[in-house]
Design a protein around this ligand. Structure first.
Ligand SMILES: Cc1cc2nc3c(=O)[nH]c(=O)nc-3n(C[C@H](O)[C@H](O)[C@H](O)COP(=O)(O)OP(=O)(O)OC[C@H]3O[C@@H](n4cnc5c(N)ncnc54)[C@H](O)[C@@H]3O)c2cc1C
Ligand SMILES: NC(=O)c1ccc[n+]([C@@H]2O[C@H](COP(=O)([O-])OP(=O)(O)OC[C@H]3O[C@@H](n4cnc5c(N)ncnc54)[C@H](OP(=O)(O)O)[C@@H]3O)[C@@H](O)[C@H]2O)c1
Length: 448
């Protein structure tokens, strides 16, 4: 007997899970479904466009599809607006949920819903050419921007805004995004960090990059903390960060075209604006003995026309699957989905939807292997599905009006992007509009 297994989500965790299932030697057939016509999740729609080397992990992630051992079914959403999970369950012995954390967390301050205020999920999706965000058209017409957060995503956003359009032209960003960056009025990017320089979560390599930009300078605003001496962190990375920041604090402000201001011990309390963002009020903070951030009551206003909060993400619940609203994840034990402490037969999770929105691409490999080990141990006990025949799944797609993008079709879209890249001197240029993606994938005529 062959066990039919569906992986929902073709991001790193889903593809590492598919690879682990494939190499297990067990009699399994694997289908990877994704709501988008393109695979790779945040590697395609999160990893910064100028991190070209990082994106080469795709060569590893695509392996299960190459000899067509695993089937890719793009453009298939599970849950609201797509195939209900209960229906999908009738086709598979087991389902591995690898849907990531796509929702932006809110700051909970007045004014954050104004036009010109975005979550990093939306903003990054826009510059990465995600089909759901092509119409975002963010307000880049003002010199000041606030980016909230002290993680790598905050640095990505600050760097993309501070780089010149010429530098970004060599990346895969879609033409309209490049045009928007070309006419950008942004000059001062204020990164609002609620803790001190010894606490930031940046990885040193990412921090170093903003110090090496061709035409943008880092300005450290630390209220004299570094000169006075801060407590040396135990963490090796935080130590390296601190070393870099200490070196930068004394750099004279030059005449670079743009500046990235690292503003420590500052937390937003209000976004100002009448209809759209015109400023942000920040409160000076302190970190108490227990490591908690506390407000001092001292406020200042920054003149900004755009606010991007890079403060983390939450998963999107799928009807029929247990969900923990507080953590934005699916409750699980070692990858087995649990409801009220009891394992749900045939339901597994991996990646950000399993453990929350932290960790680099490679972190998902071990995570997926743990989930797959649990699934393989359960194989003999899994209840057989009602409609295991592959044709039954095709019939279900047809009944829902879905024409999946298979691997061959994705390769057609991929080739079209590489062709467009050639016209701009880039490795590829993304096709972002959904209709254009589907046309290219299904072999309809495309325009340059
Ligand atoms: C902005 C940003 C930049 C990053 N940059 C780096 C970096 O440079 N280097 C690094 O190592 N790590 C980076 N990371 C972290 C890395 O991207 C994550 O660790 C990793 O992508 C998590 O993998 P995942 O498979 O859990 O989720 P995702 O990559 O989000 O994949 C989830 C997939 O599920 C699909 N999906 C969602 N809902 C459904 C549904 N209902 N039906 C069908 N399909 C669905 C999505 O379309 C997506 O393809 C970055 C993260 C972010 C947010
Ligand atoms: N190149 C890369 O390797 C790369 C690039 C991008 C992302 N990633 C990875 O992807 C994961 C997600 O990155 P991320 O940057 O989204 O998350 P992150 O590293 O968890 O950082 C989130 C930041 O938001 C801050 N924050 C949270 N709530 C806040 C609030 N209410 N007000 C002000 N600040 C608030 C946090 O501050 P506190 O520290 O005070 O809690 C933290 O600094 C991370 O593991 C990251 O390393 C890697």
């Amino acid at each position: 007997m062959t066990y039919r297994i569906a992986v929902i989500g073709a991001g790193p965790s889903g593809l590492y899970a598919a690879a682990a299932l494939l190499t297990s030697g067990e009699p399994v057939s694997i289908e990877v479904l994704d709501r988008l016509p393109a695979p790779y999740g945040l590697v395609r729609y999160g990893v910064a466009p100028d991190h070209v080397k990082m994106k080469s992990v795709i060569r590893v992630l695509q392996k299960p599809f190459d000899p067509a051992d695993v089937e890719f079914l793009g453009g298939v959403r599970i849950g609201d607006g797509g195939i209900p999970l209960d229906e999908l369950r009738t086709h598979f012995h087991a389902i591995v949920h690898a849907t990531g954390s796509s929702l932006d967390r809110a700051l909970g301050v007045p004014g954050e819903d104004l036009a010109g205020s975005y979550g990093s999920g939306e903003f990054v999706s826009w510059y990465c050419g995600h089909p759901d965000f092509t119409g975002l058209d963010p307000e880049l017409d003002h010199p000041g921007v606030a980016v909230v957060g002290a993680g790598n995503v905050a640095l990505d956003v600050a760097r993309v805004l501070a780089k010149s359009a010429e530098e970004m032209a060599a990346t895969d960003i879609p033409g309209p995004v490049l045009d928007a960056l070309r006419s950008s009025a942004v000059r001062d990017v204020h990164v609002l960090i609620r803790r001190g320089p010894q606490h930031v979560r940046f990885t040193p390599a990412e921090l170093r990059q903003i110090g090496d930009l061709a035409d943008a300078q880092v300005v450290v605003h630390d209220d004299g903390l570094l000169a006075a001496g801060v407590e040396e962190p135990d963490d090796r990375r935080q130590k390296q960060n601190l070393g870099m920041l200490t070196e930068w604090v004394d750099r004279p402000v030059g005449d670079a075209e743009r500046r990235i201001h690292l503003r420590f011990l500052r937390s937003p309390v209000r976004v100002l604006g009448d209809g759209r963002v015109s400023g942000i009020v920040v409160e000076r903070t302190a970190v108490d003995a227990s490591g908690r951030v506390v407000g001092t009551g001292e406020e200042e206003t920054l003149d900004v026309g755009l606010v991007v909060r890079a403060i983390g993400y939450a998963g999107e619940p799928i009807p029929g699957l247990p969900f923990d609203e507080a953590t934005g994840t699916v409750p699980n034990e070692g990858g087995r989905v649990v409801a009220d402490g009891v394992a749900v037969p045939g339901a597994y999770v991996t990646g950000w939807i399993k453990r929350g929105p932290t960790g680099v691409i490679g972190t998902n490999k071990g995570d997926a292997q743990e989930t797959v080990a649990a699934l393989l141990a359960d194989l003999p006990t899994l209840p057989p599905p009602a409609r295991p025949e592959p044709e039954a799944l095709r019939e279900a797609f047809a009944a829902h009006g879905i024409r999946p993008v298979d691997w061959t079709s994705w390769l057609r879209l991929d080739a079209e992007e590489v062709r467009r890249g050639g016209l701009r001197g880039a490795e590829r240029v993304k096709v972002a509009e959904l209709a254009e993606m589907l046309d290219a994938a299904h072999g309809a005529t495309t325009t340059p």
